[in-house]
Write a protein that binds this ligand. Structure first.
Ligand code: B1M
Length: 211
């Protein structure tokens, strides 16, 4: 890995958002392509964050700070990537289910996915089944993520899958569920394609699902 890419990855990992955008610009000025900077710098750094978060060596605040540094770097790369140099890892629509206002975990999942090169559409919180259906129709994502933090809102996941079935869209999208009270057994029971216990696993699982 070139020295500048290693520096971007390290500074992103350390959450140094003041330096990351400048380093990304320097890397571009040295002749690296936007995709090389994205993959070898930003995504490489975020992958390390994901690994250490999964291992319990990093905690939520550190991940959020790293995600802020990722965003700083992306602000330089985004217009160049939009010109078509880099294919997206996949399109991922995500939201917290109906009746549920918890969004910290969902936002973390979204940020980690963006860090891994996924294009995300965030529907926010308290998302009704029909809103997910409309979003799948509009955005045609490969992946749909449902988050729930309350045992009382978990049935909204099943209702969403049923609404997609009724709309004839169930087979067009892979559905991932997560959130503190959600389990792999619950995911299987309601007919979801996957369950992820945390944001780093959500990235690994998303990669597997689109592979
Ligand atoms: Co609420 N709350 N809350 N709350 N709250 C819990 C969830 C609770 C466990 C607290 C408790 O009683 N011990 C409890 C739920 C009990 C239950 O259902 N069994 C609870 C309750 C009861 C409530 C209210 C009903 C309280 C009340 O008003 N009486 C109310 C409900 C409001 C509503 O949603 N309609 C309520 C309100 C709130 C606040 C608004 C005050 C606030 C939310 C702020 C916000 O999100 N913007 C809040 C908070 C902060 C919490 C706790 C303290 C923390 C949740 C959190 O953000 N964790 C929580 C107790 C706790 O967990 N210690 C609690 C950090 C976050 C990073 O973790 O969300 O689990 P988490 O996300 C993880 C994984 O789960 C996973 O990845 C994330 C990162 O690793 N993940 C996914 C999440 N979504 C995923 C999706 C995926 C894959 C992985 O794929 C799509």
């Amino acid at each position: 890995m070139s020295e500048i890419l290693g520096k971007i990855a390290t500074n992103l990992y350390n959450g140094d958002d003041g330096s990351v955008a400048g380093l990304v610009q320097q890397a571009l000025d040295q002749g690296l392509s936007p995709s090389e900077v994205l993959e070898g710098g930003l995504i490489a750094g975020m992958d390390e964050v994901g690994k250490d978060f999964k291992a319990g060596d990093l905690f939520v605040p550190e991940v959020l700070i790293a995600a802020r540094a990722m965003h700083a770097g992306m602000s330089v790369l985004r217009p160049l990537l939009a010109e078509g140099d880099v294919p997206s890892a996949g399109k991922y629509v995500i939201g917290t289910v109906k009746g549920d206002l918890h969004d910290i975990g969902k936002n973390l999942v979204k940020m980690m996915l963006e860090g891994a090169g996924f294009e995300t559409v965030d529907l926010g919180t308290d998302v009704k089944p029909e809103t997910y259906v409309a979003a799948v129709q509009e955005h045609q994502p490969q992946l749909l993520g449902l988050s729930a933090l309350l045992t009382t809102t978990m049935p909204g996941m099943k209702a969403t899958i049923e609404a997609l079935q009724e709309a004839g869209l169930r087979d067009t999208v892979k559905i991932m569920v997560g959130g503190a009270p959600v389990t792999a057994a619950f995911a299987e029971k309601i007919g979801a394609d996957a369950y992820a216990p945390d944001a780093a696993s959500a990235v690994d699982t998303a990669r597997e699902l689109v592979a």
